[in-house]
Ligand binder design. Sequence first.
Ligand code: ZN
Length: 67
Amino acid sequence: MNLLRLLLIAAAGWLIWRLIHQVRAQLGQRPPQEPEAFQKMARCARCGTYLPANSLNSQGQCGRCSE
Ligand SMILES: [Zn+2]
C-alpha cells in the first residue's frame, strides 16, 4: 500500500512538473518586439535631398550626384 501511494505522489509530481514546463514554454513563445521600422535619414551633401542614410555614398552624396 505504501508503494502505491509513493507511485501516485510521483505521478502527481511529474504531472505538475510537466504543466509548469508547458506554461513556461507558452510564455517564452511571445514574439520579441520588432525593431523600429523607419530608417535614419541623411541629407545629400551636394543637392540637399533627404534620403535614407544607407543610400548615400561615403562622401555623403546621393546616387544621382555621385555619378
Ligand atoms: Zn544629391
